[in-house]
Design a protein around this ligand. Structure first.
Ligand code: ZN
Length: 80
């Protein structure tokens, strides 16, 4: 890898430049775009996972009995 300060060639495993002695460890600082993209990927993954889990668990989920939600039954009666 090349030294960021003097652009001398160094071994990839070297931690310090052999010419100027500067550190070759470059701190990784992600940009706003990287954060936005990563968040987008995570949110998209969660949404996909939600629908996938919903679809896979559909046979195991049972409907809420009408006794538990009488307000839903009432609204149905109004419409009829
Ligand atoms: Zn250097």
């Amino acid at each position: 890898m090349k030294c960021p300060s003097c652009s001398a060639d160094n071994k990839d495993t070297a931690l310090h430049c052999k010419k100027c002695g500067g550190s070759l460890i470059v701190m990784w600082s992600p940009s706003i775009q990287w954060h936005a993209r990563t968040l987008g990927v995570i949110i998209a993954g969660l949404v996909v996972f939600y629908f996938l889990a919903n679809w896979m668990l559909k046979p195991y989920l049972r409907e809420i009995p009408p006794e538990v939600t009488p307000w839903l039954k009432k609204s149905q009666n109004i419409h009829q």
